[in-house]
Ligand binder design. Structure first.
Ligand code: ATP
Length: 635
């Protein structure tokens, strides 16, 4: 069912786009409000300008920071679940847009250029709601953010970081990055990443799971501790609480593995705490202003941000304006994962850009990394070699990343002990009781039993470990392939197999929880997961913090839901031993390469995919297409 949230005042071109569901009520209202202000100043608005304005507002919702009037008719628009639909039953659908009265692009652009609502070109003065840059149309606020991010990155890429002794640097790199373990002829990208991060001011270290990103970061920090004239002040952060906890743990593990003489600084690195990016920047309750900004910069000499794919344009702008110009910024992530919930695709844009290099910095990096200068792209390194054996998950991920659907399907069907493929186009409701769900049912029961046993025994750490043993991941929240349906199925299996399951009431022991609203005071963030465990004081929510369990009273847990299954979006930044990925129907607008890739790469040991070959092919062949100008503007 398509939602048509009709606006009475939508006239002209706005009306058919609103009726089709391409424009939501909020988009139309925003356009009308700005249009009325404009008419108040005596102008007469071209309906094509109003349409472009409403579409630009709408695009933000889909993650794009701008629209291109020449291309926007080809974008995929999706409905929102219908208001009033039964909870968990509604699902997003694609909207057919071919029949809509799209304005002819050349005339549309000309109308925009002539409009008083539009600042035309990068050098035009501000003060107008829209900005046209080439053929890209932005809300001016987002254009300014993108422009600031571009300037901050290019300025920082050009200037080298504070000097380190070149001889000592080379010797340190020789010890920590000796290339052992790499196949013959494979260049040591970890060494290159380290050289770049130490010599430059901003470095993006990209790579898939297990490519040694965190290990590299820990070694970079160890080198800085040894080589910098004074002990560096280091910040570790990630977009979500879960990702921050993982970063902290991974740095601690990698610090513990440092060879002599760097093991002398492991203590300093082991003591580092990671926070969310919001906390680092000083987010305040009910305020969008951060405590740290240009006028009150972060004090740190080194800022490491992990899971950068989840960082939006707005957040990147905040980070770059808050970090000192002379600080070293190390930005880590997997550019092939889903982009941020809010608009922008910052990591993917930066890693696809080829900015101009400072010849001096390039020569220094080449010398320290032992690589030809021509191979150095300023400020970015991709790690390719996978260090973790995962028996086929990595090869599946590589095929997905490369957009090779047939290779991915062959991998999935190969039947290794790490990959399982339940090939079906039927939703779970129709598969209950059949052999097709045997694998997922067994995993759910096995991990559920361990979870409940640990929770009842009051062993919070064992319960948290059991919680991450297996997870069901879906694309949608609602609908036949969604989280709500799967949660009921999982709960049914657990109730059937575990004696007295859920008998303690709302806060039953072993109840898996997910936080749905940030609570900085309790240190809990939207998407964090935990489990209810037994304590002498009664049931408590246990959450992983700094490698240990923190216990929170149910009284403090007012924004939680039970998490027997979760969306891939919510699972980003987490890792599970095993997972079952539910692939929706082929026409799902959420089905993209990034979604499928992010889903399957959340598992360390076992991936089971339930879905049709057709839907998987569709996903792999459809990369998410977020409109942004950053990639091109970075050069
Ligand atoms: N140069 C290396 N030589 C040998 N082992 C390595 C090397 N680099 C990393 N490893 C090992 O590979 C594994 C994965 O490394 P690491 O956790 O740093 O990867 P990652 O890219 O951060 O992974 P993820 O994204 O999954 O968190 C670790 O066990 C680590 O010890």
């Amino acid at each position: 069912m398509i939602t048509r949230d009709l606006v009475a005042g939508a006239t002209g071109l706005l009306a058919p786009f609103n009726a089709a569901g391409v424009l939501r009520a909020a988009d139309v209202h925003a356009a009308l409000r700005i249009g009325q202000l404009h008419e108040g100043t005596g102008g007469k608005l071209d309906e094509r300008v109003l349409l472009a304005l409403a579409l630009t507002v709408r695009a933000l919702e889909g993650g794009s920071v701008c629209i291109d009037p020449e291309l926007v008719h080809g974008d995929v628009f999706e409905t929102e679940p219908a208001p009033g639909a039964a909870a968990g039953e509604a699902t997003e659908q694609s909207i057919a847009t071919a029949e809509l009265p799209w304005p002819e692009p050349a005339g549309w652009l000309a109308a925009l250029r002539a409009s008083d609502l539009v600042a035309d070109g990068a050098s035009a003065p501000g003060g107008r709601p829209l900005r046209l840059d080439g053929t890209r149309l932005y809300l001016d606020r987002y254009w300014r953010q993108e422009d600031r991010v571009r300037r901050e990155l290019t300025d920082r890429w050009i200037a080298p970081a504070a000097d380190l002794d070149p001889g000592e640097l080379r010797a340190g790199l020789d010890t920590l990055f000796d290339g052992s373990g790499l196949p013959d002829g494979v260049p040591d990208q970890q060494r290159l990443a380290a050289a770049m991060s130490l010599l430059g001011r901003v470095t993006v270290i990209g790579g898939g799971p297990g490519t040694g990103k965190t290990t590299t970061v820990a070694r970079i920090l160890a080198l800085l501790h040894r080589l910098a004239p004074r002990t560096p002040r280091i910040a570790l952060a990630a977009p979500t609480g879960k990702a921050a906890a993982r970063l902290e743990e991974a740095v601690r593990r990698a610090a513990g593995e440092l060879p002599a003489p760097f093991d002398a600084v492991s203590g300093a690195l082991t003591g580092l705490r990671a926070t969310t990016l919001h906390t680092l920047l000083g987010a305040r309750y009910r305020s969008t202003r951060m405590r740290h900004h240009e006028g009150n910069p972060l004090p740190h000499d080194v800022v490491v941000i992990d899971e950068m794919s989840m960082v939006s344009l707005t957040m990147m702008n905040r980070l770059l304006t808050a970090a000192r110009r002379d600080a070293r910024l190390i930005l880590v992530g997997d550019p092939d994962q889903l982009a941020s919930v809010e608009a922008g695709a910052v990591l993917a844009d930066i890693t696809a850009a080829r900015p101009a290099a400072s010849p001096q910095l390039r020569a220094r990096v080449a010398e320290a990394a032992d690589r030809p200068a021509a191979e150095i792209v300023p400020g970015q390194v991709t790690l390719e070699h996978t260090w973790r054996f995962d028996g086929g998950i990595d090869e599946l991920a590589r095929a997905v990343r490369a957009g090779d659907a047939e290779a991915a399907l062959t991998r999935l069907r190969s039947g290794t002990d790490r990959l399982a493929f339940v090939e079906t186009d039927r939703p779970a409701g129709e598969l209950l009781g059949t052999a097709l769900l045997t694998g997922v049912r067994e995993r759910v029961i096995e991990s559920g039993r361990a979870l409940v046993a640990a929770a009842r025994a009051g062993d919070a750490e064992a319960a948290l470990a059991a919680l991450d043993r297996h997870r069901v991941l879906c694309a949608h929240r609602g609908g036949p392939f969604g989280v709500a349906r799967w949660s009921r199925i999982v709960e049914g299996w657990l109730a059937e197999q575990i004696t007295d399951y859920g008998s303690e009431g709302e806060w039953y022991l072993g109840r898996p929880l997910m936080i749905t609203r940030n609570d900085p005071e309790a240190g809990l963030y939207n998407g964090d997961t935990g489990v209810v465990v037994n304590t002498p004081a009664g049931p408590r929510g246990a959450f992983a913090r700094g490698g240990r369990a923190t216990l929170v009273s149910p009284l403090q847990l007012d924004a939680t839901e039970t998490v027997h299954a979760m969306t891939v979006h919510k699972a980003q930044g987490s890792q599970f031993t095993a997972l079952t990925m539910i692939v929706p129907a082929p026409d799902s607008p959420l089905l993209t390469r990034e979604l499928f890739y992010t889903g399957i790469t959340r598992a360390s040991d076992h991936v089971e995919v339930i879905g049709s070959a057709e839907a998987i092919r569709r996903a792999i062949e459809r990369p998410a297409n977020r409109a942004s100008g950053l990639r091109e503007r970075l050069g």
